[in-house]
Design a protein around this ligand. Structure first.
Ligand code: FE2
Length: 248
């Protein structure tokens, strides 16, 4: 599926104020919702092994996301944004290794039947390269680019994809049949109120950054557009790789 992208050169150039940016982010989110629905469609009818193969790769997204938050926190000036990123990273890590969101995801995977001894092996290293490239950008690009890429792009858009994935997953006959044996804790946390609260706090913190330094706006937009592209690619890659149905 080819989506009309909100990230065209013309639309990006027309963003001059933080209000323009949030209006643009709302359109991008709507577009992501539309795209997400089609990319996660496969989860509704996929047999168990395909479900496992697709969801297995998402663990690496969580892994890299948490580490990238550390880079973002390091680069942020002292202020609201630095604090909220630290808070999100602390939430992601929990207060012990068995409570990290990565571990919660792994618990979900193993409850689905993914063998625990191969959790750390990617079955789709191409997507791993995408994530490594993202981390590289976090160091190389200006701080506000990283804010767009990881500070709000992933936080706000990952919620879109997770919510869409969750809806399809709960309709899958394999899941319905095994519902009681599945560890849902990760999903309970990520499809509820917590992430919505985070998104609102981040918006306020980004506004503060833009008030302090309006020149960061174009980097923010560019980073956000890349985040959106990465999410689309990440899920469409998985869909086509594990279902042999290329996204047209
Ligand atoms: Fe999380």
């Amino acid at each position: 599926m080819v989506l009309h992208s909100v990230c065209t050169e013309r639309s990006v150039e027309s963003i001059k104020t933080k209000e323009d940016f949030w209006a643009f982010a709302d359109s991008a989110r709507l577009e992501a919702e539309y795209g997400a629905k089609s990319y996660v469609e496969v989860l509704q009818f996929a047999p168990r092994q395909v479900l496992i193969d697709i969801l297995h790769e998402y663990r690496f997204f969580i892994q890299y996301f948490i580490s990238d938050l550390g880079i973002l926190m390091f680069k942020a000036p002292f202020g609201k944004f630095k604090c909220i990123v630290a808070e999100i990273a602390a939430d992601e890590l929990g207060d012990s290794p068995d409570k990290t969101h990565l571990k919660l995801w792994d618990n979900f995977l193993t409850s689905l039947g993914d063998p625990s001894d191969t959790l750390e092996e990617s079955r789709f290293p191409e997507n791993l390269e995408v994530l490594q490239r993202l981390s590289g950008r976090m160091w190389e690009r200006p701080f506000m680019y990283g804010v767009g890429l990881r500070g709000m792009g992933a936080e706000c858009l990952c919620q879109v994809y997770l919510t869409a994935a969750y809806k399809k997953l709960r309709m899958n006959p394999v899941i319905i049949e095994n519902e009681k044996n599945i560890d849902w804790l990760f999903w309970d946390i990520h499809t509820g109120e917590e992430d919505i609260t985070h998104s609102e706090q981040i918006k306020a913190a980004i506004n503060e950054l833009l008030d302090d330094d309006p020149s960061g706006l174009q980097d923010l937009v560019a980073g956000y557009c890349e985040a959106k592209e990465v999410w689309d690619n990440f899920w469409s890659n998985l869909q086509s790789r594990f279902t042999q149905e290329p996204v047209a």
